[in-house]
Design a protein around this ligand. Structure first.
Ligand code: GRF
Length: 203
């Protein structure tokens, strides 16, 4: 499967995906990295890894639909089959999301359906949960509400702050996301009727 990764920032998940995809038997090829922010540090990290990386500055477009149309054109031009959101901090239009239904995934730094949205680590600490983690899910129009593909949990430890907790979670993100992408690209998980069906190949 030909995969594009969409980022807005440092791109540490992107790097873990690019590295995993180098394995000869990995079922997905990362062929393009796009950022809505020209200053995203991840763009240079992608180029350093030999992946074409381009910015599509959302500020250059009058509305979300215009930005999404430019995005769509880039993705079609590169023959993309699967979109992987990795720290992509821009809301996509419902039309774009529907067009990519079952072919676009995201990683979210909480155990969904808890803590949708931003500042998940602070909110987990505030709520007093003893388990926290990350979730890979299909993208649907409702934010962070799509069908769940994979999750990893970490303990919340006494003395944790948002930094120590997020550092524990991101280690799991870097492991989980390449595994989840392999599952989907290899046909081990498919979106059917709004639910994830795990096929016989699922591990
Ligand atoms: C990750 O915590 C991811 O779960 C969230 O945004 C962060 C992106 O980090 N959606 P990076 O850019 O992959 O380093």
């Amino acid at each position: 499967k030909r995969v594009a990764i969409l980022i807005s920032g440092r791109g540490s998940n992107m790097v873990s995906l690019i590295e995993a995809a180098r394995a000869p038997d990995y079922p997905a090829e990362i062929v393009l990295v796009l950022s809505n922010r020209p200053d995203a540090a991840g763009l240079d990290r992608a180029r350093a890894a030999g992946i074409p990386a381009r910015a599509i500055d959302h500020k250059a477009f009058p509305d979300r639909a215009g930005f999404d149309a430019a995005l769509q054109a880039e993705l079609e031009g590169a023959g993309i089959e699967l979109i992987v959101l990795a720290g992509f901090m821009r809301i996509l239009t419902d039309a774009f999301v529907e067009a990519w239904a079952g072919r676009m995934i995201n990683i979210h730094p909480s155990l969904l359906p808890l803590f949708k949205g931003t500042h998940t680590h602070e909110r987990a600490l505030e709520a007093g949960v003893r388990l926290h983690g990350c979730t890979v899910h299909y993208v649907v129009p409702e934010l962070d509400a799509g069908p769940i593909v994979a999750q990893a949990a970490v303990p919340v430890l006494p003395g944790d702050d948002a930094d120590t907790l997020s550092a524990r979670v991101i280690v799991q993100e870097h492991r989980l996301y390449p595994a989840a992408l392999a599952l989907i690209a290899g046909g081990g998980a498919v979106l059917e009727g709004g639910r994830v069906r795990f096929t016989a190949q699922a591990r």
